[in-house]
Design a protein around this ligand. Sequence first.
Ligand SMILES: [Zn+2]
Length: 876
Amino acid sequence: MSSHRRSVRPLAFSLAGACAAALLAVQPAAAFQTGADIPTVRQTLGYDSGQEITRAADVRRYFEALRAAAPDRMAMGDYATTWEGRPLFWAAVGSPANIARLDQIKADARALADPRRTSPQQAAALIADQPVLVWMAYSVHGNEISPADAAMQAARRLLTDPTAQAWLANTVVVFVPTQNPDGRERFLNSFASGRGSLPNPDPASAERDEPWPSGRYNHYLFDLNRDWFIQTQPETQGHAALVRDWRPQVVVDSHEMGSDETFFFPPEAEPLNPWIWPRTLENRALFGRNTGARFDAAGLPYFNRKVYDAFYPGYGDGWPGYLGAVSMTYEAGSARGLAARRSSGEVFTYADTVRAHLTATLATIETASRNHDRLLNDFYAYHRDGVAGRGAYVLSRASDPAAADRLAGLLVRSGIEVGVARQAFACAGQHRAGDYVVNLAQPQRRMAEVLLTRDVPIPPAFLAEQERRRARGLGDEIYDVTAWSLPLMFGVDATRCDSAPGVAVEARGPELVTPAAVQNAEARYGFLVAPGSAQPRFLAAALQAGLTVNSADQPFTQNGRDWPAGTLVLPKAGAPADLIATLNRLAADTGAEVTGVDESWVERGAGFGSSDVVRLRAPRIALAWDSPAAPDAAGATRWMLERDLGYPVTPIRTANFGDADLAHYQVLILPEGRDYASVLGEAGVKALHDWVSRGGTLISLGTATRLLTDPDSDMLASRRETGALDKDEDKPAAPARIANQTDYAALLAHSDHGPDSVAGVLARAHVDPDHWIGAGLPETLNVLVRGADIYAPLKRGEGVNAVRFEGSDTLLASGQLWAENQAQLGYKPVVMVETLGSGQLIAFTQDPTVRGYLEGLKPLFANAVFKGPAHVSPRW
Ligand SMILES: [Zn+2]
């Protein structure tokens, strides 16, 4: 790009250069404008577009200025507010006639998306009158800066350039210019405080070298481009609801990548998710072809079919595709500031990257306009293909109703129709009234399949290539997790039936919690709450409300009813006067069943006054924050405690652990992160060690467990394994003569060769029912396995392997796992608990808080945090 930097190129879409208008059967451009009355970026913000990186609030200010200048051709609205209080907005640009009837256009798009109520004849009539909806979303990663500035230029172009205006005869463009303003402002604050007198292209210069956690993430450090189907964050929740309301036919998510790269647009790299509608892939290629032509005309380099695959459905170009849109990712090599130097020495500017994204945006709108009929007909056909589906999924409420309820609500938030069975029914087994039925003869069939199916296989040819690469010591090309089956992640039993059950159903709404109420509120002794996914939220709230909460480590039978280990016991004695009101509020908020009992007498098992029933106290929790914690992991752990469970936590910068008064805390969490030892330093590690010895509960997540097992810190008896079952301690020196290819390959193998890294699979783990940390959990949990860390089990006398992987032949639940990892993972620990002095270590070898989306592991994590401190006797 830099070689073109100083040359004055004709703009790709100048009046003279573009011939698209001639190809369009458009209405005469009655609303032709020269643009003199449409403000420029300079007129509104004081600089030429591309000369500064526009602040999030100023992006909005500019769009408001455009709308004020052309109110008949623009509409704007807010769709959510970020954690830091910034409004998230959309801006539609279209012809005056279309802007005046946006509600009708949205309704008609939704009608096209439901062929059960829209016949082909009706659809044809709608399409003749319906603009194609093009959804242009930008800068979801806050340090991917140029897309938002390109959106500003593109919107102005649509209002001023006659060629672009002509496209609006049959097209409405909806801009979502800043999907992550909190992250953008974090980037801009570090950029602004680091910049000097001239833009500095050196990647090491402070202005371009972002401090932890970087601007990529939102406030809670979520990667919003992984969150689309789980919708944990306000940015994604709002955006997903907006897309469901508008139902666009084309969706583009515009990003940036490393400064050495050029520009990417589809066709994507393999693997392609087999649930993507084949016609969608053809249409992505159609857009790619035209964008390529526009890039060639502008002299801009680009690539396709590499790096960016189409397998994981939680991307901004994944999820909307299962709602029938032609959804695409665009990526520009980032200046990460106002100028950047490539490794080759070339320098390019921020304005260059803005221009590249502008070119891609305009090419997209042009292609949509030229293919209006095709895109709308395909959109209708996508949903006809859906309703032609057969079979159903049944989601059971039997084992964990709260988890099933949450899952059902989330499916509805992805546009899937979910029914609640009115009575018991059969469908590949017996099911109860209240179970959820997802009939696959529905418009969003592919969305339902891709989220509910147990396993989505990677195409064999792609896999064979990955094995070839691995054999040669090249990394694999899998971009993200290969398993996301929601029933597995939620611990909900799902049954696939070949034909839909005939049972009558009631439509399920998008709510995530079914409110409960206290049963037997007049009870004399107190109240019991069984384990399950509602319990952690109830427990966190009950502790904060100051209620007396005990937890049974063993099961018991009372008044003829069996209660599992992990049941909470809340006695009435000494409780505040408003106990019942508080319990009713908590039951309504969390869905937890709260049952009153008249006496503490048990017929069998844990007596309420025995040592099997422990008193839980509200712990003060500290969380390691800042490097070396992975930002998204630290953020997800914090979000899960603060927002998902609703419990406060103190983040402490890791480097300051040595100085902090840790005695104030009962629980300390090290989120996933490598090399804590070097950031903590000797003093920090010693402070941690001393704090645990005096009675603290130290919880390590994922790669943070390396610190505990490191021979230098020597806190946990387990060690991280290297050498995939390969015990050769002494490598022989290279022989003088290498006899054959096999010997040659063996010689080249890495010296401390561990297993290859795994992008992410769901693996089955077995819970020790006798240990308090697993109390009340299902016997089998599904754990997301990522990376290559595998640990040796603790021996008896050292500690307890409270959760361990199943044997290698049964452990894989879903996803692509390399054979040697599968062999080595069998029976290895997932959670180890070991006493250290008066305290304890709880080591998770895989992160249970990842992306906040493993609903089935939340009770396990909550047990560690809230029940852990009840199982030590501190000496503070
Ligand atoms: Zn990105």
